[in-house]
Design a protein around this ligand. Structure first.
Ligand code: IPE
Ligand code: IPE
Ligand code: MG
Length: 245
């Protein structure tokens, strides 16, 4: 690829992963290393979200799913949780106009019930104002847990069976896909996790069945466009076999 900051790398623009999922990890450690409070790391991480969204859009990625808050993150100190819950509002206040101009469609996946009104209102507004857009789908996983998502799907499917709308024999992978929060989106082709941790932390367990995994030692606030393109470059040199030969 020429011209963009991914110089040096030659990305095959005909083989860009359609859907990239990212576990944005390491904000707290980034801050600690600098003697700053953890929330300073979350603030710095927001800049990376902007940069990586642009980087994905520039090369024609169709969907970018960012893990922003897990169903387990409620265990954190109250102040930190509160700060994280304020971030979508702040992010969208500064970015929504540009996202609209860039033809980005904002979506959210996760359990909406426990989220504060100010968080949900910001997300609803962004969804509403970008729902006609046809470019990059920017998905925020907020209060998201894969097990929670699967339980929700199973309950919905069980209800359909109980209501005689669905036969047990007809429950298929496609049925599951219909009831997951990712309904309508292709499975991620590539999963990236920053900060050196090598685990999924309850993220998209169903959808990542055949995704390529890529891990970086870099803390999320230090993650760059170049590294993002490096991940895609390596993705393009892997052989996806799906159990075949
Ligand atoms: C990722 O960074 C952001 C969220 C989980 C919300 P962390 O806050 O987990 O940072 P570390 O892993 O403690 O460094
Ligand atoms: C995963 O990171 C959740 C998000 C990035 C939002 P965590 O930092 O919460 O994961 P663990 O606790 O290290 O597994
Ligand atoms: Mg972490």
């Amino acid at each position: 690829m020429q011209g963009k900051e991914g110089e040096g790398l030659s990305l095959d623009l005909d083989n860009i992963p359609q859907h990239i999922a990212i576990i944005m990890d390491g904000n707290g450690r980034w801050a600690k290393k600098r003697g700053l409070p953890r929330v300073a790391g979350h603030r710095a991480g927001m800049k990376t979200v902007k940069e990586i969204t642009r980087a994905a859009d520039d090369i024609g990625v169709k969907a970018l799913t960012l893990y922003a808050f897990s169903t387990e993150n409620w265990k954190r100190p109250k102040d930190e949780v509160e700060y994280l819950m304020r971030l979508p509002q702040e992010y969208l206040l500064s970015e929504l106009n540009e996202l609209i101009e860039q033809n980005v469609q904002v979506r959210m996946l996760g359990n909406k019930d426990q989220l504060p009104d100010y968080t949900m209102n910001a997300v609803f507004e962004a969804q509403e104002k970008t729902k006609q857009n046809t470019g990059l789908v920017l998905n925020f996983a907020l209060n998201y847990g894969s097990r929670d998502e699967m339980l929700h799907a199973i309950r919905c499917i069980a209800q359909e069976v109980k209501n005689d709308n669905l036969d047990i024999q007809d429950i298929s992978e496609q049925t599951m896909n219909q009831y997951l929060f990712t309904e309508g989106l292709p499975d991620p082709d590539l999963l990236i996790r920053t900060s050196g941790e090598v685990r999924l932390s309850n993220f998209m367990l169903w959808q990542l069945a055949y995704s390529e995994l890529w891990f970086s030692e870099v803390y999320w606030p230090d993650f760059t466009r170049e590294e993002f393109y490096q991940a895609i470059f390596e993705y393009q040199h892997r052989s996806r076999r799906y159990g075949g030969v």
